[in-house]
Write a protein that binds this ligand. Structure first.
Ligand SMILES: *Cc1c(COP(=O)(O)O)cnc(C)c1O
Length: 456
């Protein structure tokens, strides 16, 4: 192990250097990846020297998602404490299904869940778990809702048409999950959004009434806290009130921006979250924890047990259900996704997490101001969002983003809202300062000049 740890250290040092000097690597076209690297597996192993050389080459040619020019998805940056926690979790190789195997690591997962429940003012008998990502957190919520609507489904399967509701701007996991859960994608009702990308409560209620009249059973509403493109927050209170009226499970998908719960200044964006049936957020997005670290909490932990607990006497042999987290999990063997988030949280405190969240909104403000003060730009976003959507001159955002990638200038993506395409800058890397945000625009502008020169 020692030799490989030295190799790890050596490669890490090189990577850190290169992230500084060359924040974006030149991409290798997918159809050339096997020509470029010796990736195929063979009968015989390779020598340590060959191995060291090869793995270093692969690492140094992998897209640099932690650099200051990566803005492509809703994660970024490298938090050193969280990364340390992750490295130790790998070293320990704990499986988080029982206390017998997890020991204090289970205590760590439970401590996080308890504190999250407390911070959102959930009642005493709330509970939660770490899921393998935000999509799977949403899946767990959907399954709990399904089993609350009809407690016999677990055993007998679905026998009626059950409808669920989500905004037209919500994440695509709803589609997958409706099919996984046996609900069927046809039973998804995509509710229209207003000009800010928020689900319109009156439209939601109208659709529920229509479905009841048509003989369907409405059972689940997915409320988004930070839509994937615009970063819009649905109005939780208004939607939850309607949900309660029709006995519909309300879930808040905060995968992207649910971490506002840590901020005094921004937690009003999830006002009313204490009343919903379940809430999830990704520490691997706004909280810069390595992928993946996703948390779902539910107001009544009985629901987690009802939907997910199965007996397995070859596994659950000691310590009781409260400390045997496999009983409330999608998986059997469970990766330790808690230690990395705990390492960060414990070292900076809740106040430190608040600073990270507030800082990201400040960075977005800087970006919006830059755009507003420069008439070559058109802004599509609004205040209180960490997604800054814009266009530059009359450049096609798709062409621009793809060329920036191919030419290794910037990692940035585009989005679409109400028929308009635009560049989407996400300011979720807490290591960035205003300087990096301004630099982002300068890199983009410089590239645009080159592009124009080529076209003439
Ligand atoms: C990212 C995202 C998800 C999915 O989370 P994963 O961890 O990538 O599965 C779900 N909902 C929203 C709103 C998201 O932005």
């Amino acid at each position: 192990m020692q030799e490989d740890l030295r190799l790890f250290h050596q490669i890490a040092e090189k990577l850190f250097q290169e992230e500084e000097t060359e924040p974006v690597v030149k991409p290798i076209p997918a159809d050339q990846v096997y020509d470029e690297f010796n990736l195929h597996l063979n009968e015989e192993g390779i020598s340590q020297d060959e191995f060291a050389e090869l793995i270093e080459k692969v690492v140094l040619n992998t897209p640099r998602t932690s650099s200051k020019l990566f803005f492509n998805q809703l994660f970024g940056g490298r938090n050193s404490k969280a990364t340390l926690g992750e490295l130790l979790a790998v070293l320990l190789n704990t499986s988080m299904y029982t206390y017998k195997v997890g020991g204090p690591q289970v205590g760590i997962e439970k401590a996080i869940l308890q504190e999250v429940c407390k911070l959102i003012n959930y009642p005493e008998n709330a509970g939660g778990t770490f899921a393998p990502g935000g999509s799977m957190s949403n899946f767990m919520a959907l399954l709990m809702a399904r089993d609350v609507a009809d407690q016999h489904i677990k055993k007998e399967g679905i026998s009626k048409k059950m409808t669920l509701y989500t905004s037209a701007e919500s994440h695509y996991s709803t589609q997958k999950n409706a099919s996984f859960a046996g609900i069927g994608t046809q039973q998804i009702r995509k509710i229209a959004t207003d000009d800010l990308g928020k689900m319109i409560p009156a439209e939601f209620e109208k659709q529920v009434q229509q479905d009841i009249a048509d003989g369907y059973t409405p059972f689940f509403v997915n409320i988004t806290a930070g839509t994937t493109v615009l970063g819009a927050f649905d109005k939780i209170e208004a939607l939850d009130e309607i949900a309660k009226k029709y006995k519909i499970w309300s879930h808040v998908d905060g995968a992207y921006c649910g971490a506002v719960l840590f901020s005094e200044k921004y937690k009003h964006l999830i006002e009313g979250v204490e009343n919903v049936d379940s809430f999830s957020f990704n520490a691997h997005k706004m909280l810069n924890t390595p992928l993946s670290s996703s948390i779902i909490v539910t107001k009544n932990r009985f629901n987690l047990h009802h939907t997910f607990a199965c007996d397995a006497n070859y596994l659950y042999q000691t310590d009781g259900d409260d400390f045997n987290l496999g009983k409330t999990s999608l998986q059997c063997g469970r990766r330790n996704d808690a230690l990395k988030f705990w390492s960060l949280w414990k070292s900076v405190g809740t106040k430190g997490l608040e600073k990270m969240v507030d800082h990201q909104f400040d960075l977005a403000e800087t970006a919006r101001n830059y755009i507003k003060n420069n008439e070559d730009y058109t802004l599509y976003s609004y205040d209180e969002s960490v997604s800054v959507c814009f266009n530059y001159k009359d450049l096609d955002p798709k062409v621009l983003c793809n060329l920036l990638y191919e030419e290794a200038k910037l990692m940035i993506g585009y989005g679409n809202f109400k028929g308009r395409d635009f560049v989407r800058l996400v300011t979720v890397n807490s290591n960035n300062s205003d300087k990096e945000i301004v630099n982002f625009f300068k890199v983009l502008e410089k590239f645009a000049v080159q592009l124009e020169a080529q076209q003439v």
